[in-house]
Design a protein around this ligand. Structure first.
Ligand code: UD1
Length: 351
C-alpha cells in the first residue's frame, strides 16, 4: 500500500520541488493550495518531471484548490482521501504567506493566514488521527543581533510579523505535542536561504509582484529587466563589507524533507526543531561573482545603503541535521547560480 502524504502549499517554490522527490520514492501525494501566491501550472510541470521516473507516478498526485482557514474544505479533503483504506498518514505544511515587507504592512493578514490555517490543519489532523507533521519554519525566528552562526537552542526574537507567526506556530506545535506527547511526531524545520531551481528548468522561484529576495532580483538584472543590482550595504563587519548568508539549493532542501520524513515515519513520537542549511556563508559580492562566472554574464551592481532590518551574517549550525539524519546538503553555490538562471532563461515571465 502506498503511503499517502498531504502537502499544503504544494504549488509553491519549496513544496513543488519536494513533491517531485516524494513521487520518485513512491509516495501518494495530496496537494492543497489556494494558489493566491502560486500557479496551478506547477502541477503539470511536476507531472512532466515525474513522468520520466521509472515508476511513472503521475497518477499519484491529487490536487485540491482551497484555503486552510476553511475547515469544511479541509474536512472534505480528508474525508475523500481517507476512503479506500488509504489514510493520509503525514502532513508537510508549507502553506503560508512569506514576504517580510508585506507582513510589516499587513500584519493581520499574516496572523490570519498563517496561524488560523495551521490551527485548522491541526484540528483536522486530530479528527482523522493523523499526527505526524513537518512544518516550514525559518531562520528568521532567531535573535540575530549578536550571533551569526545559529544553533537550534539559540534564543529567538523575530523582527517582523512574518517571523512572529513562524515562531508562534512552532510554540503552538510544541504545546500540541506536550499535551499528548506519545501521539505526535512533529518537526519544525528552520530554513536558511533556499535558492536555485529544478535542474530541468521547469520549476523555480516565481514571486508574485516585485521580488524582495536576492536570487529573483539577480535573475532580473541578468535578464536586463533591471539595470543594476543594488548591494544592500558595503559596511558590514565582513571581509568584503557585504552581508553573508547560508544559501541552500532548493533540491537539497527538498531532500532534507525526505530525510526527516523517513526519520519520523520510522521513529517514535517526538518534537524537534532543526536547522536546514549548508553551514557555509557566502557574501553578496561572492555570490554576484559566482553567478557571473557560472553563467558567463555580467551583473552590473552598485553598493547602496543597508536595507532596513537587515542582518550582517546569518549561517546555520547544521550539526543536528548531520548527526540525526546522517545527511548534508550536496549542491554547490555554482549549482544554485546555474539552475536559478536556467529557470529564468526558460521562463522569463515565470509560470
Ligand atoms: C529574507 C527575509 C527572511 C526570509 C529569507 C528567506 C528579510 C529582512 N528577511 O532574508 O525573513 O526568511 O529572506 O526567504 O527580508 N540583498 C541585496 N540586494 C538585494 C536583495 C538582497 O544586497 O536587492 C542581500 C541582502 O542584504 C541579504 C542577502 O542579499 O544579505 C539575501 O537577501 P534575501 O534574499 O532578502 O534574504 P534574507 O535577507 O536572508
Amino acid at each position: 500500500m502506498k503511503k499517502k502524504i498531504l502537502v499544503t502549499g504544494g504549488c509553491g517554490f519549496i513544496g513543488s520541488h519536494t513533491i517531485t522527490l516524494l513521487l520518485k520514492i513512491g509516495f501518494q501525494i495530496v496537494v492543497i493550495d489556494s494558489n493566491i501566491n502560486s500557479s496551478i501550472k506547477v502541477l503539470d510541470k511536476i507531472k512532466f518531471i515525474a513522468g520520466k521516473y521509472e515508476n511513472n507516478p503521475v497518477d499519484n498526485l491529487n490536487f485540491y484548490k482551497g484555503d486552510l482557514r476553511d475547515f469544511n474544505f479541509l474536512d472534505s479533503v480528508f474525508k475523500k482521501e481517507n476512503q479506500k483504506d488509504e489514510q493520509i498518514i503525514f502532513v508537510i505544511h508549507f502553506a503560508g504567506l512569506k514576504s517580510v515587507s508585506d507582513s510589516n504592512n499587513l500584519p493581520i493578514n499574516y496572523w490570519d493566514n498563517n496561524i488560523f490555517g495551521t490551527i485548522n490543519l491541526i484540528k483536522i489532523m486530530e479528527k482523522y488521527n493523523c499526527r505526524s507533521i513537518i512544518f516550514s519554519s525559518s531562520a528568521t525566528v532567531y535573535d540575530s543581533k549578536e550571533i551569526s552562526i545559529f544553533k537550534e537552542i539559540d534564543s529567538t526574537y523575530p523582527l517582523n510579523p512574518y517571523g512572529n507567526t513562524k515562531l508562534a506556530i512552532e510554540k503552538m506545535l510544541k504545546d500540541v505535542f506536550e499535551s499528548s506527547s506519545s501521539k505526535w511526531k512533529i518537526a519544525c524545520l528552520r530554513y536558511f536561504n533556499p535558492v536555485g531551481a529544478h535542474r530541468s528548468g521547469l520549476l523555480g522561484e516565481d514571486p508574485k509582484g516585485t521580488p524582495n529576495n536576492i536570487f529573483p532580483i539577480l535573475n532580473n538584472v541578468a535578464a536586463g529587466c533591471e539595470k543594476k543590482f543594488k548591494v544592500f550595504g558595503g559596511d558590514w563587519e565582513t571581509e568584503d563589507g557585504t552581508c553573508i548568508r547560508d544559501y541552500i539549493h532548493v533540491l537539497d532542501l527538498a531532500e532534507g524533507h525526505l530525510k526527516i520524513l523517513e526519520h519520523l515515519l520510522n521513529g517514535p513520537a517526538k518534537f524537534l526543531i532543526m536547522n536546514i542549511g549548508t553551514g557555509k556563508g557566502t557574501s553578496v559580492l561572492q555570490l554576484i561573482k559566482t553567478f557571473e562566472e557560472v553563467n558567463d554574464l555580467k551583473i552590473p551592481f552598485i553598493i547602496t545603503k543597508r536595507r532596513k532590518g537587515d542582518r550582517g551574517v546569518i549561517i546555520a549550525d547544521n550539526k543536528l541535521s548531520k548527526e540525526m539524519l546522517n545527511w548534508v546538503p550536496k549542491m554547490t553555490l555554482q549549482d544554485m547560480c546555474r539552475d536559478a538562471w536556467k529557470w529564468k532563461k526558460l521562463n522569463p515571465k515565470g509560470y
